[in-house]
Design a protein around this ligand. Structure first.
Ligand code: SAH
Ligand code: SF4
Ligand code: F3S
Length: 427
């Protein structure tokens, strides 16, 4: 019985697919990399915007035509639940029920339609889940769910309430991973700064970063995604004090206007956000601040949009993920706010910020010209270049050889673009 897992969406889904693979292999299934040869295809789905959802529905259709058994996990499983059976899906696994995945596959092979939505997070055997999609980098989910309920966002409905993993268990997982050659890790949470708050024992992201920094084999540590009012400056101090912690803080702002932020139920003002960035930059002068922005939220006037533009110019984010507002069933915004910014206006606003950000990227990248940076070699691209990142999460392309993957090299930057930097290995 051959199974292929196809993963859409964010890094948390990537990590969940690794967990699913572990359970399937434990129970004797063969998990392969090739969709065509698979008897069962499991889609790990994302529904954060309509486009992602459409993709997942169309993929189900394609797989049905090829006569594959189809299982659905991830956020789409939670959103659509048993409705998916009408689309010909064979089994559905909720975001917290992954340990039952083999049972679902087995039952579906007996032509039973099953959907499991139990909360089995406490059972997940992370310390033994040691096979990762990369040989030297591992995603580590440290907090599940989200309690923030931004009015546009479906994640709290698909991932449930915040629940932190025990720090001792996470450190044990990391120690085991280092024995397998893992050197770089990324801590994951939808609101990673809330890590530990529900444990009420003083656990925090800052402490976890501190303890992880002490593990010799670990060379680099990242964390995603920060929420402005939960971000504590202690985290910034940990970054400042450890050469291993990536100097990249992904701090989604979502909008530049207080009116819209309030309507989004983001619990800060733009003044507070800017003050936070100022403090972070005082503590970590070379901090790379990246962000997410939504354009075309209900009632966004030209003036509100200008506020976002002004913010983008002022902060100079190192990278921006831009999205056009997409109404998500069941959310507050979907229920109560009219999606009233015309499509054409949304696209124009999106294109405007995209262009502006390109200019900013180029300008920020210029500072890199001639610099020597320490890069971990990650992968070989299609263009004959290898790619890696520096400690600020900047992507750098250079000529290298496959044996250098996972190793640290010094690259001298000799060309910049609005996208990656280019350089040559000098050591
Ligand atoms: N927990 C993170 C990210 C969650 S989803 C945070 O709080 O920022 C990733 C990004 O998708 C969000 O930052 C947001 O910019 C975008 N997003 C979420 N829901 C959306 C929607 N309904 N329409 C458009 N973009 C959305
Ligand atoms: Fe969604 Fe907001 Fe939670 Fe992020 S903080 S996952 S945007 S509800
Ligand atoms: Fe998508 Fe769920 Fe991640 S909706 S972005 S897969 S948390």
């Amino acid at each position: 019985m051959k199974i292929y897992i196809k993963t859409f969406g964010c890094q948390m889904n990537e990590n969940d697919s690794e967990v699913a693979q572990y359970y399937l292999e434990q129970d004797g299934f063969e998990v392969i990399d090739n969709e065509d040869e698979a008897d069962v295809v499991i889609l790990n789905t994302c529904v954060v915007r309509k486009k992602a959802e459409d993709k997942f529905f169309s993929t189900i259709g394609e797989l049905r035509k090829k006569n594959k058994k189809v299982g659905i996990m991830g956020c789409g499983a939670e959103k659509e639940r048993e409705n998916l059976f009408r689309r010909g899906v064979n089994f559905v696994i909720g975001t917290r029920a992954i340990p039952r995945i083999s049972e679902a596959v087995e039952l579906s092979l007996k032509n039973k339609k099953v959907a499991f939505f139990d909360d089995l997070l406490d059972q997940i055997d992370y310390k033994n889940i040691l096979r990762r999609s990369s040989k030297y980098h591992a995603w580590i989910t440290i907090i599940y769910g989200c309690n923030r309920f931004c009015t546009y966002c479906i994640v709290p409905y698909t991932r449930g309430r915040e629940k932190s993993r025990k720090m001792s268990e996470i450190l044990e997982e990391i120690n085991n991973l280092t024995k397998k050659g893992i050197k770089e890790i990324t801590f994951l949470g939808q609101n990673v700064d809330a890590y530990g708050k529900d444990l009420n024992d003083g656990t925090s992201l800052a402490k976890l970063l501190h303890e992880t920094s002490k593990i010799d084999e670990i060379e680099r540590i990242w964390f995603l995604t920060s929420y402005p009012t939960d971000f504590s400056l202690e985290i910034a101090y940990e970054i400042a004090n450890s050469p291993k912690i990536g100097r990249n803080i992904h701090l989604p702002v979502q909008h530049g206007s207080n009116k819209i932020l309030k309507k989004m139920n983001r619990r800060y003002t733009i003044e507070e956000y800017k003050e936070l960035i100022k403090k972070i930059r005082e503590i970590v002068p070379d901090a790379s601040i990246t962000s997410d922005i939504i354009v075309g939220f209900p009632d966004e006037t030209e003036e509100d949009f200008e506020d976002t533009v002004k913010l983008v110019r002022e902060i100079e984010f190192e990278r921006l993920n831009l999205a056009i507002y997409s109404p998500r069933e069941g959310t507050i915004a979907w229920k109560y706010f009219e999606d009233n910014v015309p499509r054409i206006v949304k696209t124009r606003r999106m294109a405007y910020i995209l262009n502006l950000q390109k200019e900013i990227n180029r300008k920020l990248n210029e500072k890199y010209l001639g610099k020597e940076v320490e890069v971990i070699v990650e992968s070989e691209g299609k263009t004959g270049y290898f790619y890696g990142r520096d400690i600020r999460n900047k992507i750098i392309a250079f000529k290298a050889s496959p044996d250098l993957i996972g190793k640290k090299v010094i690259v001298k930057v000799n060309k910049i673009t609005a996208g990656p930097l280019y350089g040559e290995i000098i050591k």
